[in-house]
Ligand binder design. Sequence first.
Ligand SMILES: CC(C)(COP(=O)(O)OP(=O)(O)OC[C@H]1O[C@@H](n2cnc3c(N)ncnc32)[C@H](O)[C@@H]1OP(=O)(O)O)[C@@H](O)C(=O)NCCC(=O)NCCS
Length: 165
Amino acid sequence: MPEVAVHRADDADRFVMERLWLMFRHDLSEFDGGLPDSDGTFRSERLRASFEDIDWAPYLLTSGEHAVGLALVRGLVGPTRVLNSFFVVRGARGSGIGMRAVREVVARHSGPWEVAFQDANMAAVRFWRRVAAGIAGDAWTEDRRPVPGRPDLPPDVWVSFDVCA
Ligand SMILES: CC(C)(COP(=O)(O)OP(=O)(O)OC[C@H]1O[C@@H](n2cnc3c(N)ncnc32)[C@H](O)[C@@H]1OP(=O)(O)O)[C@@H](O)C(=O)NCCC(=O)NCCS
């Protein structure tokens, strides 16, 4: 099973996080129809917020010398933490890296957690149900909520669970 290390990203990691962000947004554009801007990048307000806003935290996932993914967390100063973005590069998928990394991320911020994803994203549907059950047993819930400002999209699926200190 390949190793994975989870490290809170700092300014030295910004460049690699920006590249991982492009890969992540391109992957999800299959489901949300997002297009790159004229410079070939995707909107990155959330990535920027994760470095600059105390409510957010960026995490870099590495496996040995390789950058293998990212996680952006928000809600650190509110009542509920939200796993806003989570990504494992294609070449590292299917080996348990995502499951182990997400456990490490949520363990750093105890309390109620939520994560949203799209029904059409079959890998995410299976993945987040598996993560929630692994962390919370039967004590997790799932509901559907409209995407703010995007009435054209189907509602997001939200999974909620608690992480004990
Ligand atoms: C979803 C994602 C994070 C999974 O990462 P991963 O490292 O491949 O996941 P793991 O290997 O830890 O898989 C854990 C479990 O998730 C489920 N799963 C993961 N990928 C799956 C897939 N393609 N199809 C079906 N189930 C899948 C399985 O139940 C798996 O357990 P199993 O292998 O014992 O059956 C990865 O596919 C990804 O980054 N996708 C693009 C971005 C995205 O959709 N992010 C989530 C929404 S924000």
